[in-house]
Design a binder for this molecule. Sequence first.
Ligand code: KIV
Ligand code: ZN
Length: 405
Amino acid sequence: MTNTTDTTPTETAAVDDRTVDKDRVLIFDTTLRDGEQCPGATMTHSEKLEIAELLDEMGVDIIEAGFPIASQGDFRAVAEIAERTKDSVVCGLARANLTDIDRAWEALRGARRPRIHTFIGTSPSHRAIPNLTMDQMAERIHETVTHARNLCDNVQWSPMDATRTEWDYLKRVVEIAIRAGANTINIPDTVGYTAPEESASLIRRLIAEVPGADEVIFATHCHDDLGMATANSLAAVAGGARQIECTINGLGERAGNTALEEVVMALKVRHDIMPWHTRIDTTRIMNISRRVAAASGFQVQFNKAIVGKNAFLHESGIHQDGVLKNVETFEIMRPEDIGLSVSNLVMGKHSGRAALRSRLRDLGYEVGDNQLQDVFVRFKALADRKKEVYDEDLVALMRADEDPR
Ligand code: KIV
Ligand code: ZN
């Protein structure tokens, strides 16, 4: 079997990780492949290198760096990311044919920890495209996974549209891929069709019923068409999956992929009921979110979980007052946990006196009750005219108050 000449163990890195710690969930980031693949999200070569470096530094286990046969640019990006990445496994995508797989390996062979990811659509509508019978497709899967495994010790196989594939056929092809040497079996919900209970039971049944299933890692790869990608991914983990495929900011085709920041923070914040963990340094989330938004041109919606501009902002008087007295009243995680320096109180028409006094104090103004009342009246009048009252506006109000001429 050929492999890299590096002495770093490439042998089924993911399987080793699971052997060491059965509660560890591997994070497979596909921002640079499935994320970049969505219309309008194209990134430049240097942006891809920078994002891969940030993913490596934040503790992502596997970086899917691209689809090497898709273009010369993708090939170059995968090859360069493969050479530069220090810790993460670097993965390249290939369809179920020998040319794709050879090209992926050519791009990946310089990686310290390479992985080939090969896939084929197994549901009825996907099977109709290459016009293969079920038996012919099964034979193709055996041939291509065997070929990939002869090149690389770390092979992932995906039955695309698994959640709409007939159960008996899914079981059959998963077993074939395992026998041919796949170390990771990814179960994609390609069109965002499944729901949490089904997602959990699909993985649970595959692990229970497919011979050899306990020798591999099962992965979950969800799309967000019905807004359930995060819930479906976490349910799959409850069913036994130990790799979540995701993207920064949920970037991806149509409604996007599972958002990395959501599954990672959900596992961290609700460890009491979801006793699994990742090795992501969550304090790097905000920075990479901003970098991906800038590089892809896909701005993050204001109310997006975890990384939206408003995710840690409080405007109403009751909320601001509560947060000032005890931050836990309206915050279930600390902004510092994702790399935000402070929780922000937005000053607007719903803000109360306590928040105004606190913000004025931050700006260097200690006000007595009478002055506060005076400034508060003028602050409310201003807030009625403006959506948001900024620090500069407050400073101007204070100046006017101190020098009313
Ligand atoms: O959504 C999907 O099925 C995919 C595969 C290529 C894994 O992205
Ligand atoms: Zn996908």
